[in-house]
Write a protein that binds this ligand. Structure first.
Ligand SMILES: N[C@@H](CCC(=O)N[C@@H](CS)C(=O)NCC(=O)O)C(=O)O
Length: 204
């Protein structure tokens, strides 16, 4: 069987959760990181013209959430029963909604889209942060485990904390009123299987 190969851009972005899952599960893989300047040539050769995609067991898997779910099932981080799995999926989908709501500001702040970041922040970020962040806090409190479901860490925690981290780069201090989320970001880095990875990975 061909070795496992994971292809995404050379950033964390929506592709980082799969890398974290592969590291967590000690699955050997080739971490293919496409440079932005090489993308136009590579794009037509990819399964959907988008990244990421995963080559595993001689199969190709596309779409970040499909990849995350497959890897999470393999490494035991999909939730312990069907109701935990439903909550994991729900939290990941809530995070995706949050991402789409703030995207016009987020990408302007990063310099990837036009527009005045300060103006767009008021319109797209401040109100949505006030709606979505308390939801994450609610799930953390309800589970009592320090993660969004009772049995412990799952792939949803990686999706949420990766995005909170990316937001904190564009809006430093936005978690000031959310100590539970600050602790959540610190906690994820203490998971024994991932401590080394978080300490040494490329942070961009
Ligand atoms: N729904 C897809 C979105 C994939 C996607 O839009 N990927 C972006 C990078 S984050 C991409 O490939 N952009 C390059 C392009 O569209 O040409 C997923 O979650 O995998």
């Amino acid at each position: 069987m061909a070795p496992v190969k994971y292809t995404y851009f050379d950033v964390r972005g929506i592709g980082e959760t799969a890398r974290i899952l592969l590291k967590y599960g000690k699955i050997d893989f080739e971490d293919v990181r496409i440079k932005k300047e090489d993308w136009p040539e590579i794009k037509p050769t990819t399964p959907t013209g988008k990244l990421p995609f995963l080559e595993i067991d001689d199969q190709i898997v596309v779409e970040s959430y499909a990849i995350n779910r497959l890897l999470a099932r393999r490494v035991g981080l999909a939730g312990k029963d069907e109701f935990e799995q439903a909550r994991v999926d729900a939290v990941a989908d809530i995070n995706k909604d949050f991402y789409y709501m703030v995207a016009p500001w987020f990408y302007a702040a990063k310099g990837n889209l036009p527009g005045d970041p300060a103006e767009l922040k008021v319109k797209h970020f401040d109100n949505n942060a006030a709606t979505f962040l308390p939801l994450f806090v609610k799930y953390l409190k309800e589970s009592g485990s320090g993660f969004v479901v009772k049995s412990g860490v799952t792939w949803a925690d990686f999706v949420v904390t990766e995005f909170l981290l990316s937001l904190s780069e564009q809006a430093p201090g936005f978690l000031e009123d959310y100590p539970e989320l600050q602790e959540y970001l610190a906690r994820i880095r203490t998971i024994p299987e991932l401590k080394d990875y978080y300490a040494t990975r490329k942070e961009e």
